[in-house]
Design a protein around this ligand. Structure first.
Ligand code: ZN
Length: 501
């Protein structure tokens, strides 16, 4: 049955962010069917949602996260990307179905609390994804009330096999211990992916599947081609960490004799369903290839800063016509799921990449990346990331009395540079309040917090052995990758010069 509601008394952010006039929203069955002045809505007699003293903005869209990362919060310091991956077997492994659910629910809950209503989640379930595991993750997001695209992370080579020369550089018995982290043959993982895609039962506008061959260097070419074919056959997205670190970029030249992007292009992996996470170490030719193939990039400035991977060439990507969204990345690499922080960093970090202010990412561009552009990347079977007639009612209610928004000067500047998610009061998804004045309406958050604390305790014991092996490997991984990182590369994305320093 149709449920008509009127969100009354709030200020609604205009699509270009330039102003926020008082407007009332008429919502029917989860869709915004009219946007009217307060005078026009006076005669509307339907269920009223009071939005007095609230600024209404579209639910933010997280273009790249890892739900499993929520249980790894605050685990490491001074980790490069490769050291984070070296910690992977204990940081994200040995999880039961209960742990997988809790991690995803915790991720979704933090997103909602901080004004984000949908995410592209690259979830860790090794050695191969299962319908049960991915279904559990989908259910967790749906229980909290967030939309999600779920892409299992896939690989058929471990870090130690993927980085040229790393395995050979390890002394015995460490080499043998690293060998324990070998992954399944790709045929088995590909078969598991097919089963996962064929068994998907969740509604496509709430939870949708995709595939994430996680890092090209960690996937053999036949596996990448199989992922390409599976994604096309099932009409789902492909999402990979592309040219994230200098070590990866140098490794690609050694392994393929060409850049990662050129290699994926040659394999036919690039296309309109392809999202490149990070995209830092791209040269002009790579950017042209992404543009020519209609690919998107998920920009993760928080994680790029935390892992010291570099500054992504966002202005060049935008100039080339590549669609760019913003992601928080996993909490185990960027510490939170705060999309307001990610948006601010997306704008601010562009300032160290160019002296010409016209080439910096503007507040309006950053906000667009985290709303309508992100929504286009997720491509859920419904219109989100905007407040307009015909769009789904995914709406964040911000407290206009919160100091972040006082005085209420330029709305888009306030949202990008001043807001830190503390003014989020309520969140509506699909026309229903999932967070109402700071309280979740659909699940018991206090119980989830207790379960998460218990899970962390359990996992400490379950992963102790892997943690010990990773600790022994860490020094060797750091040294080998630093040597690779210091080799010449045609483009530079760090402020320092790693070749000379
Ligand atoms: Zn990631």
């Amino acid at each position: 049955m149709s449920e008509k509601i009127c969100v009354r008394g709030g200020r609604v952010l205009e699509p270009d962010g330039s102003s926020a006039p008082y407007r009332d929203l008429i919502i029917d069955d989860g869709t915004i069917v009219d946007i009217v002045s307060p005078e026009e809505s006076r005669g509307v007699t339907t269920q009223i949602v009071n939005a007095t003293d609230r600024l209404l903005i579209p639910g933010l869209v997280n273009a790249h996260t890892h739900g499993h990362g929520s249980l790894g919060r605050g685990m490491g310091d001074r980790w490069t990307l490769e050291l984070l991956l070296n910690a992977g077997p204990w940081l994200s492994g040995k999880r039961t179905m209960e742990h997988k659910y809790i991690a995803a629910a915790l991720n979704a809950a933090e997103m909602i609390l901080k004004g984000c209503t949908s995410a592209y989640d690259l979830y860790f379930e090794f050695p191969a994804p299962t319908p049960e595991g991915m279904g559990t993750v989908a259910q967790a997001y749906r229980d909290v009330g967030a939309r999600v695209v779920i892409a299992p992370m896939l690989a058929d080579m471990s870090l130690y096999e993927a980085v040229p020369g790393l395995m050979d550089s390890l002394p015995e018995p460490l080499r043998r211990q690293a060998g324990q982290f070998a992954l399944n043959p790709f045929e088995e993982t590909a078969a598991a992916c097919q089963t996962f895609l064929e068994s998907w039962t969740h509604p496509a506008d709430e939870a949708k599947p995709a595939l994430a061959p996680t890092i090209p260097l960690h996937c053999s070419d036949p596996f990448l081609e199989r992922c390409r074919d599976l994604a096309r056959a099932h009409g789902v997205g492909l999402h990979t960490h592309l040219a994230e670190s200098r070590t990866q970029a140098v490794s690609a030249l050694k392994r393929y004799g060409r850049t990662l992007t050129a290699h994926l292009d040659a394999l036919g992996v690039l296309g309109p369903n392809f999202t490149a996470a990070h995209g830092i170490w791209l040269d002009d030719d790579d950017i042209a290839r992404l543009a020519a193939n209609g690919c998107a990039v998920a920009h993760n400035p928080g994680s790029n800063l935390r892992l010291g991977t570099g500054v992504a060439p966002i202005r060049k990507l935008l100039d080339a016509g590549v669609r760019v969204g913003v992601g928080s990345d996993g909490t185990n690499s960027s510490d939170n799921q705060n999309m307001f922080e990610a948006v601010r960093l997306a704008a601010n970090v562009s300032r160290v990449a160019d002296v010409d202010p016209d080439r910096w990412v503007s507040a309006g561009e950053a906000l667009k990346m985290a709303t309508s552009e992100g929504a286009a990347i997720l491509d859920l079977a419904t219109a989100t990331g905007r407040i307009e007639i015909g769009a789904r009612a995914d709406i964040v209610f911000l407290d206009l009395d919160n100091i972040n928004l006082v005085p209420f000067n330029d709305p888009v500047n306030l949202l990008v540079y001043s807001e830190d998610a503390t003014s989020v009061k309520s969140v509506m998804v699909n026309g229903r309040m999932v967070l109402d004045n700071g309280r979740f309406t659909r699940f018991d958050c206090r119980s989830l917090v207790r379960r998460a604390q218990d899970a962390a305790e359990e996992l400490r014991a379950r992963t102790a052995e892997n943690r010990q092996i990773s600790a022994q490997l860490e020094r060797h991984v750091a040294k080998h990758c630093l040597c690779l990182c210091r080799e010449p590369y045609p483009v530079e994305r760090l402020i320092c010069d790693p070749v000379k320093e």
